[in-house]
Design a protein around this ligand. Structure first.
Ligand code: FAD
Ligand code: SF4
Length: 546
């Protein structure tokens, strides 16, 4: 083990002309580190101030650990992406001259938890300090706060230097337990960071171009959709390791991982997006198609993994996109760039702020008292509902579905059917490449399931089949008929929508944003209403075979 300070600096002075590498070898051999700094898998920020100076007394630790690989059943591509990005990050720190220990599952199998590993490493290296960056997840933050290393170790928590809204300002901007409007938050952020502003007014005199961003993809539009830029990162070794350690996973594995695993690849993806997708980003943001075989992400950026693992900084993404918009020959108009900036500067920062303002209670909210089990086809895609099959298959194959597939297809169905939000959360946390709790949970439990009683959304995102038909080409190829409401062939979304609205009439009939639906219901023939509700009951009773 060796005590601290064993390595004598006078002796070092005589040898200091030896090659760096030999020096580092001898130092680490003598365990002369004063500090261990832990880098978690979603803290791969090369621009962090930690890395500005090289200090041979600092040991950076990057570790694949069982606790993180198993706290939920992850998509196999998500596991591979995080592990590959962590290994690449460790390599790049080493190449810059930092001292790094990258531990694989093989080496950490002995530790029963993250805390256990940290304690063991601190004792083993005899350091005085343990530093970490504040985790984005409540679960991990609690673990770090409760770390008990003993009085001989100084523990210091650092900011991740990633988010635009400082953590300590969240409580001034977001009221815990109350609805906070995303739009107001977003406008404040636009002003604060002077993004798309003309003095104190929004560029183009409008804050929001959402109304222009709801186009369906017609067959003629499909050919113009770019094929996504996919990488081919060899993760064969990682896959074997995951198998060897019997880490359970879901989804389609691939030896050639298509996701970016370092800053360079993430920048390539960002430029690809700005060049090929941004010109149509907002316009087709909500569109869905079953003809997307090799164009499955449409005009979306697929930057969420790079952002959430911190390979990319949100301001770098925003500024790069705005550079493309600012070019004199730009094909990006204001509605497209505003739509994109809104996602990163608005939604992403807002969601994180709502999460931290409301945790830990948020994880227990179940305002609509939804108790049904998640149907098995969420894990297999084996359903006759074409929209669900498409969204689930795509999620299992690519670890990806875009926002409207998540919100208005799989999320909408789970809410209409009254599925327990714990199980819905588990599913979303499992299947997506970008799924980390701080962003997954408010989107799922809040925005898509209304389980938070409206802390995020002002109305439930509940829709019948006609919305899905309007935004996609799924229905024309479905076992069910989107035009029918109560026959055997009727689209399950249609009757379930009305059943949901009736079940929760007390909550939603007085809500101005949903009151119209109740007026429509009132005007319906009573036989039709009875038949619709009976069809919904049938669907719920036979939910596994829909
Ligand atoms: P784009 O459409 O290209 O958008 C650009 C970026 O904006 C995204 O990369 C993302 O960083 C950000 N963004 C857009 N919408 C949101 C949003 N609502 N919340 C936060 N950031 C947003 N996003 C995650 O990053 N992780 C999740 O686990 C996650 N779970 C979700 C669960 C549900 C039920 C829903 C409805 C949405 C969820 N989202 C999640 C938000 C959003 O669907 C994804 O960020 C987006 O689909 C990622 O694909 P993209 O990078 O191509 O996004
Ligand atoms: Fe989905 Fe209904 Fe359309 Fe089928 S008919 S694809 S179930 S919305």
């Amino acid at each position: 083990m060796g005590g601290k300070g064993v390595f004598c600096s006078a002796r070092l002075g005589r040898r200091c002309r030896l090659a760096d590498i030999r020096l580092r070898y001898s130092r680490s051999n003598m365990n002369n580190f004063h500090t261990i700094r832990l880098v978690l898998g979603d803290q791969l920020n090369r621009e962090h101030s930690w890395y500005k100076n090289i200090d041979d007394g600092v040991l950076y630790v990057i570790a694949e650990i069982h606790q993180e690989a198993t706290y939920v059943t992850h998509h196999i591509q998500k596991l591979c992406s995080f592990f590959a990005a962590m290994a690449d990050f460790a390599q790049s720190l080493k190449a810059d001259g930092h001292t790094v220990q990258h531990y694989s599952l093989d080496e950490t199998v002995q530790y029963e938890s993250l805390g256990h590993m940290i304690r063991s490493l601190c004792e083993h290296y005899g350091v005085e300090n343990f530093d970490y960056q504040a985790p984005d997840e409540f679960r991990l933050m609690e673990q770090m706060k409760n770390l008990d290393l003993g009085p001989q170790f100084q523990i210091t928590c650092y900011d991740t230097e990633h988010f635009l809204l400082p953590q300590d300002e969240i409580s001034q901007i977001i009221n815990a337990g109350k609805h906070n409007r995303m739009e107001s938050f977003y406008r404040k952020m636009r002003k604060r960071f002077n993004i798309l502003m003309d003095a104190d007014q929004p560029l183009g005199d409008r804050w929001n171009f959402d109304g222009e961003n709801r186009k369906k993809l017609k067959p003629a539009d499909l050919a113009a959709v770019p094929e996504p830029l996919l990488f081919s990162n060899d993760v064969g070794e990682i896959l074997r390791r995951i198998e060897k350690h019997q880490i359970k996973s879901v989804g389609e594995a691939t030896d050639n991982l298509p996701w970016p695993i370092n800053h360079l690849q993430a920048m390539q993806l960002l430029h690809f997006f700005c060049q090929h997708c941004l010109p149509n980003f907002g316009r087709f943001q909500d569109a869905m198609t079953r003809h997307g075989e090799n164009r499955w992400s449409l005009y979306h950026s697929r930057l969420s993994f790079a952002l959430n693992s911190k390979l990319l900084h949100p301001m770098q993404v925003i500024e790069t996109a705005i550079e493309y918009f600012d070019r004199t020959d730009s094909s990006v108009d204001l509605a497209q760039i505003e739509g994109f900036v809104r996602q990163i500067l608005g939604w992403r920062e807002y969601i994180r702020a709502v999460y931290w303002a409301n945790m830990p209670g948020y994880a227990q909210l179940n305002e609509l008292n939804a108790q049904r089990d998640l149907p098995e086809y969420y894990w297999t895609g084996k359903t006759k509902m074409a929209c669900m099959q498409q969204a689930i298959d795509q999620s299992l194959n690519y670890a990806y579905a875009h926002h409207i597939q998540r919100l208005m297809v799989t999320g909408n169905f789970a809410m209409l059917a009254g599925v327990n939000p714990d199980q819905v959360d588990d599913w979303y946390l499992s299947v997506y490449i970008d799924a980390v709790e701080w962003v997954e949970m408010p989107n799922t439990r809040g925005m898509s399931q209304f389980s938070d009683g409206g802390l995020i959304a002002t109305k439930p995102y509940a829709a019948s089949g006609s919305y899905i038909n309007k935004m996609s080409d799924y229905c024309s190829d479905c076992h069910y008929s989107v035009k029918e409401r109560f026959t055997e062939q009727a689209c399950p979304f249609n009757s379930l929508y009305w059943h949901f609205m009736q079940r929760h009439g007390d909550t939603f009939s007085r809500n101005p944003r949903t009151a119209m639906a109740y007026r429509t219901w009132e005007k319906m023939d009573s036989d039709v209403k009875r038949d619709i509700l009976a069809r919904a009951e049938y669907c719920l009773l036979n939910i596994e075979s829909l």
